[in-house]
Design a protein around this ligand. Sequence first.
Ligand code: GCO
Ligand code: MG
Length: 409
Amino acid sequence: MKIIAADVIVTSPSRNFVTLKLTTDEGLTGLGDATLNGRELAVASYLKDHLAQLLIGRDPHRIEDTWQFLYRSSYWRRGPVTMAAIAAVDMALWDIKGKAAGLPVYQLLGGASRLGLRTYGHASGRDLPELFDSVRENLEEGHTSVRIQTSIPGLKAIYGIASQEQATGERYDYEPAGRGAFPAEEDWDTRAYLNHLPGVFEAVRNEFGPDLPLLHDGHHRMTPIQAAKLGKSLEPYDLFWLEDCTPAENQESLRLVRQHTTTPLAIGEVFNTVWDFQTLIREQLIDYVRAASTHFGGISPLKKVMDYAAQYQIKSGFHGPTDISPVGFAAQCHVGLAIHNYGIQEYMAHSEATNTVFQQSIRFEGGYLRLSDAPGLGVELDEEAAAAHPYQQAYLPYNRLADGTVHDW
Ligand code: GCO
Ligand code: MG
């Protein structure tokens, strides 16, 4: 079997997605997700202008060899653009291998280790009543764990609050990347945040009891000592995890956080390779690996990092917002179903428009994501429907402190 075409499809049903479609001389096709939120066209160009011609004529069964060839021959290793492009190729090859074998990808990774994938949903609110309603909606949808994000008194707009208006006038519900030619500006105050958050968790615990697993995303905004303080102050509320408490490109900073708190830590949605996790895993500085197949080079490296993490009892908590396309989401769900050290999957349902372009076979039933027996990844792309939603420029927002300093968003 040989690859005879590599096409890049850019579409914007509710938000932008970049998809690679590989076609073989035997008529099989494979899909891969290459979406990099806010920088989509850079990856589309990487695939179209640099990788597509290298793939024509190759044997699609040689997944590991192709991955190593693309990674090592570029010379310029790592980085989100390169790794999202390689991820798309890797996923598309696994999709083709599954279709050729007549098996879903998880079967090729060792078979199912569980019946379905436990999830967490996103709850948020500008005040406690709105937050409680949002938690209830998540529970009604079937989520058995809930992420809690809340507005901070005195701040106009911050990451993760669905009901707040963006500077562009849109709502956050599906996508924080506002459409337009410039990123929206939001505000931030770490002291106000550290003072406000423990009270919110106390209120949520009082309302929903001690059993509901609760999560929180710090979105890279704290220094190590601030993160340590927050982890400590949230201990009475028994979090499932505190996510991205610091900008973790400095892996050593997690040593300090870890020394001070038993709140479990999750990190890595912006990481691109296993090396970004090396110290964090070896020194057991985290509890959950937050990588997404799409930004991490695909299924092959995601399986490798989880096998490494398994030696240290570290589990998966793959990044699953709607900017991971249905293809990338399916890819990591196949990994999640197969590995032993599965933890939890972030799940934020895609919009109706997205689901008309991408037909997904994963179902969310009885609180679990259930994978179908469809061969390959189990996602179909309707190219006609995709063409009806042309790319629209969009940017993630950014933050400024009260004195005008740019801060991590
Ligand atoms: C999460 C993430 C996302 C990111 C988004 C950026 O935990 O789901 O932090 O909400 O902000 O993926 O594109
Ligand atoms: Mg996050």
